[in-house]
Design a protein around this ligand. Structure first.
Ligand SMILES: [Zn+2]
Ligand SMILES: [Zn+2]
Length: 347
């Protein structure tokens, strides 16, 4: 196969689709032309960026190393709770999961649009560039840098990515705390500095409040705090107060009615999810054999869209319920379920 004349260096974790877009851009061609060349080369009928043979063909055509468009699992793999060994978060070789593709730093990508599945969030530590969806801007702020490092280390190892739901739930709390702060929250100042307005959606709250969202997500995934908040032997209102105070303190803001209201809804929802987990049985048809507690928490977190349950220790289910709330599907089905943000989270 002829190598295309213009060399395009792949970026970290770049997807095949993203790379093809850049390759086409560099050659003033259409993406469809590049795809057609690869399809013809391997004798396929259509394009699929995840097809390893098409990927090999693109790598050859571009004259880049074999495997350059396949990020290393060791460095960029997602931590999952899959039940292959147990239900704790781990990087599982058998599942070999990567994050959902996200827009990559445009400066890393030489000014063009592309996608990456590399470990991390929307902030490029090298260029101090923020890239989220079609938003791309420079933010020079130490707080963003340190938030991104937390995202790539602690949060990543708790199985948290941009798409897994925890950041969306954290953003809900940050927005509530911001609304209750009467203008004192740093988010307003940051948005104003970039002549932007803060709208109540996930992208905006994450962009102007990344450090706060990361700090809140860290709290929401801390086992000891989650264990206390999800203790259903105590009233949900008391636990909501506990969580709201912890968040207000972490954000350095005063406790407000808005924050408490948000916390009350989230904690109430999570308590109902725990009740559901307590009554789960081991299999679909079983009436009596209880589902193991670790697995019940994961199944209930999917069933009820309550991501807090993924970060709870099994001890939050103290007693199993007499009443059956449902049967669980086999682990192979559970591990294929897609993580979606909570019902109460910002989208
Ligand atoms: Zn696995
Ligand atoms: Zn960059």
């Amino acid at each position: 196969m002829r190598v295309l004349p213009i060399h395009v260096e792949p970026i970290v974790g770049e997807t095949c689709d993203g790379y093809v877009a850049r390759l086409a851009h560099a050659h003033a061609a259409d993406m469809a032309d590049i795809r057609r060349l690869a399809i013809r080369e391997v004798g396929r009928h259509s394009w699929n960026g995840a097809d390893p043979r098409l990927r090999d063909a693109v790598e050859q055509m571009a004259g880049i190393a074999t495997g350059a468009l396949m990020p290393t699992f060791e460095e960029h793999g997602m931590w999952v709770r899959c039940g292959h060994r147990d239900w704790k978060p781990r990087k599982c070789e058998r599942c070999c999961t990567f994050a959902k593709p996200r827009a990559a730093c445009s400066i890393c990508a030489g000014g063009a649009w592309t996608q990456t599945i590399a470990r991390g969030g929307p902030y490029c530590l090298e260029h101090h560039q923020w890239t989220l969806g079609d938003m791309s801007l420079r933010i020079s702020d130490d707080a963003y840098e340190s938030a991104e490092r937390t995202m790539r280390t602690t949060l990543w190892e708790r199985g948290i990515g941009l798409h897994t739901g925890e950041l969306q739930l954290a953003a809900t709390f940050v927005l509530a705390a911001t609304n209750g702060s009467r203008g004192a929250a740093p988010i307003h100042a940051r948005a104003a500095q970039h002549r932007a307005t803060l709208s109540p959606d996930f992208g905006d709250v994450l962009t102007w409040g990344y450090p706060e969202v990361i700090r809140t997500a860290l709290l929401l995934s801390t086992r000891s705090l989650v264990a206390r908040v999800l203790d259903i032997s105590r009233p949900a209102t008391a636990q909501a107060d506990l969580l709201a105070r912890a968040i207000a303190e972490a954000l350095g803001l005063a406790m407000s009615a808005e924050l408490l209201d948000s916390s009350t809804r989230v904690v109430g929802h999570a308590h109902r999810a725990i009740l559901h987990a307590r009554g789960l049985r081991r299999a679909r048809r079983t009436k009596v054999r209880p589902c193991p507690r670790e697995r019940a928490l994961i199944v209930a977190s999917f069933d009820k869209r309550a991501c807090l349950l993924r970060h709870a220790p099994p001890g939050v289910i103290r007693t199993l319920s007499e009443k059956r709330t449902g049967g669980t599907e086999p682990p192979r089905v559970t591990r294929k379920r897609e993580l979606v943000p909570d019902e109460l989270a910002l989208e």
